[in-house]
Design a binder for this molecule. Sequence first.
Ligand code: SF4
Length: 426
Amino acid sequence: MQDTVCCGCSVVCDDVAVAVKKTNLQSLGLCRLGHEYCNSVFNKHRLTTALYKDGSGKLGPIPTKDAIQQAKSLLKDNSRPLFIGWSNSTQEAIQIGLQLSKNQKGVFESTASFEYGQILRTKLQDSESEQVRLDDVRDYADHIVYWGVNPAESHHRHASRFSIFPKGKNIPEGRESRVVSVLDVRKTESMGLANHQLILSPTTGDVEFLQALIGELKGTQQPLAEKVGGVPTIEFLSFAKQLREAETIALFYGNGLIHTTHSAQSLPLLKQLKSTLNRGKRRCWTFPMVAYCNTIGSVKASLKSSKLPFSVDFSSNPPKPITSIFKSLTDGQFDCAIITNWDALSLLPGPMAQALSKLPLITFSTLPTLTTKKASIVFPTALMGAETSGTAYRMDGVAIPLKPFKEPPQGVLTEENVLQQILVTL
Ligand code: SF4
C-alpha cells in the first residue's frame, strides 16, 4: 500500500492509501466516491491519445506535439478566448492557465463562479473565516449544522473526519459530544445522523425560518404560528434552544440554500444569523460546501494574479470583472474556448452550453465526455492526484500536496505540462 491523496471531492483526503494490482485498485480509507475516482485511472474508456477534428468534422488521433501546434494556431487565430474550468486542476496548472489567459487577453472563468459566486468571494476575504479550519471544527464544534447540503451523498468522509464523529480537543466523546442538525427541503440520507431533522417548505421556507430564528435568538420574535417555514414550531424552538446552548457552531451550507430563487434574501439573513450567534463566548463558523477538489485553489490563484476571484477579463490592464458569464457567452462574445477537466457542456445551463458548443473548443480530460465529443482538440490528461503531483486546496483553504500513486499511461501528459508547452511558444 502507498499513501496518496484523493481528489474526488473538496475534502481532499490525505489519510488514504492504495495498492495497484495490475489493472485494479485496492484502497484503504477511500470512500466509495473516492475509490471510483481513483480507480478511473483503469477505466477502459479513458482517453490515451490526443484528438483533432479535421476538415471532415470527425475527431481522430493526432500526436500530442501536433495537437499542441493546432491549439497554438487556434489561439493565435482568435482574439477573444475563454479559459474555463480550473476546479479540477492542480494549483500549478491553474497558474499557467492564468498566465495564458493574461497573455491572450482572454477571460479566465472557474466553476467557483457557478458554485458559490459572490458568497465565496465574501467568505475568502473574511479574515476570521480564512483562519478557521476543518481541524478546528473537529476539535471544538459542539453543534454541527448542515443546511441545503447532503454530505452523505456528496462529501462522504466530511462527517467521519471532521464534523460529526471524530473526537477532538473539546469533544471528548466524538458524536456523543455534539448536537447535529440537518435542514433541507426533503428528507436526506444525512438526516439519519441528525438530532434535529428539519424539513423546510421548498418555496420560501428557508427565508421564513431564518427570519424567525434570528428573532428568537435576539428575543424579539412575535408569537409563532403552528409551523415556521414548514417546520413544526416545537422542533424550531428545540433547534433554537440548542443553538443558544452551544459553545461553537459550525454551519455548512450548500446549493439548497444558495441556488434558490430567493437567495438574495436568504444569504444576507444567513450572514445576520452568523453575527447573532457570534455573541459572548459563543462562536459560529460558516463554510460553503464547495464540490470540486480545487475550487478554493482556483479562487486563491485568481485573486493573487488579478485581485479578482473569477470572471476575470484580461483584455484591460488592470483586469476587470466581466459582468455576467451567462450574458458574455450567450451574446457570442467569445471566439474560442479552453476547457480544463470539466464537462461544461453537460453541466452548464442549456443556453450557455449551447453557445459554448458552437465555439472551437480545446479540452483537457481523462475520460470522454459530452464536451470532449464536441471539441476541436482534445488532450488526454493524467488523473489529478492519482497520477499528478502538485497542490490542491481543501474546502477550508488548507494546501494539500498531492501524492501520485502511479504514472499516467504512455503518451498521456499532465494538464500542467501541456499548458506549459502551449504557453512557452505561443
Ligand atoms: S470524501 Fe472526497 S476526497 Fe475523501 S475519499 Fe471521499 S471522494 Fe475522496
